[in-house]
Design a protein around this ligand. Structure first.
Ligand SMILES: Nc1ncnc2c1ncn2[C@@H]1O[C@H](COP(=O)(O)OP(=O)(O)OP(=O)(O)O)[C@@H](O)[C@H]1O
Ligand SMILES: [Mg+2]
Length: 356
């Protein structure tokens, strides 16, 4: 595996086990996680390892802007395989793929028959796997165009005994728990789903040293870990904004770089109203605890906010609303709706607790 990767032993181990298993039949590995948590890094490293082993890698990085373009993902996956293998396919399948992939000679006005495309794609994978294991790799499945996703799901259900693996990343929260139907297609034995976890302080330190050439003393590292929620992308952004030798006043908020602000804003926008209420309650309290936040919002809201990674519940009851800077940002973003009621409730409960 590439030396530029920091840590991720567990995820890389799952990647190797996935590749090891491909000698015997189909398998799938799904890497889930929030934006910036490090899914693509693990995905890419596993593909490098697959290529090193001489496996054939068919790869597609889905883009949000192209999610509505039918079969654009399939075009990336099939790529140069088409020239080599299309002639070996039964004519109707080959013709349907030619149209779907808009290859020269196909009529641009014709729409492809989705079933023939899916059958053709499956045949293509079987052909390719004759010479050795094949890895079909999709980064950011949530943006894969629906036509390609359906063809992939169709093929996945019909790969019995074939040396074909599917390696995908997907952002959480998920619109659908199994976006490509891989669990249903391959069963518990053939399908592994893993959540890419936040990085701890020590790993972030190694990441900074590797990527930036500097790191910070322990108290600053701890604050960066807390503000970023252990998300390597956020942590790197914060460290870039801080620079190698920040002069931090004790207790002063860490800077929230614009890039992190945008990411957090996007994540807040995607939350349920209950989760937003919980964030807001935590932001309104100077010393939030899980109990206070739950009382001021709801149990479901607290759980959802914690799952989002924006609110950390440490130990039994202490809630860390990620340093000082983020609560302010959250409070600004959760305007409207139940905002005044939630803030008032948080203050009321805090007052009651003090009076105990
Ligand atoms: N284990 C790691 N070692 C080195 N750098 C890492 C590691 N994990 C993440 N990074 C860095 O953090 C950034 C985010 O990682 P990555 O792109 O893999 O996240 P992601 O989960 O795929 O995010 P998105 O959902 O936005 O695609 C990258 O710039 C990468 O360089
Ligand atoms: Mg990614």
């Amino acid at each position: 595996m590439p030396a530029s990767i920091v840590d991720r032993q567990q995820e890389l181990g799952l990647g190797r086990a996935f590749l090891d298993g491909l000698g015997e039949g189909p398998a799938a590995l799904l890497l889930e996680g929030e934006a910036g948590i490090g899914k693509t890094v693990v995905w890419r490293a596993t593909l490098v390892e697959a290529a090193r082993r001489g496996f054939r890698v068919l790869c597609c990085v889905a883009e949000q802007a192209e999610a509505r373009l039918s079969f654009v993902g399939l075009g990336d996956l099939v790529g140069e395989l088409a020239d080599e293998l299309l002639p070996a396919l039964p004519a109707p399948q080959g013709a349907a793929l030619e149209i779907a992939l808009m290859r020269s000679g196909s009529d641009p006005e014709r729409t492809p028959d989705p079933k023939a495309v899916a059958v053709g794609f499956r045949s293509l994978l079987v052909e390719a796997a004759r010479n050795g294991p094949v890895v079909v790799a999709v980064d950011d499945v949530q943006w894969l165009d629906a036509a390609t996703a359906r063809a992939l799901a169709f093929a996945a259900r019909r790969l019995d005994g074939q040396r074909v693996g599917l390696l995908a990343t997907v952002r959480v929260p998920l619109a659908s728990p199994d976006p490509l139907g891989l669990e249903r297609a391959l069963g518990a034995d053939g399908f592994v789903r893993t959540r890419v976890r936040p990085m701890g302080c020590g790993v972030l330190r190694a990441l900074f040293e590797r990527r930036l050439g500097y790191a910070y003393p322990r108290p600053t590292m701890r604050r960066v870990a807390q503000l970023s929620g252990g998300n390597p992308l956020f942590a790197l952004e914060i460290a870039r904004a801080l620079g190698p030798a920040p002069a931090l006043e004790p207790g002063a908020p860490l800077p929230v770089p614009d890039s992190l602000r945008e990411l957090v804003t996007g994540r807040i926008a995607a939350l349920s109203p209950q989760a937003r209420d919980a964030l807001l309650a935590a932001a309104a309290l100077s010393h939030p605890t899980a109990e206070l936040v739950e009382q001021a919002s709801s149990c479901d809201g607290l759980v959802a906010a914690e799952e989002s990674g924006l609110l950390g519940v440490d130990g039994a009851l202490a809630v860390a609303a990620r340093d000082d800077s983020l609560p302010r940002l959250i409070a600004g973003r959760c305007r409207g709706g139940r905002r005044p009621a939630v803030v008032a409730a948080a203050r009321r409960y805090r007052g009651r607790q003090r009076g105990k």
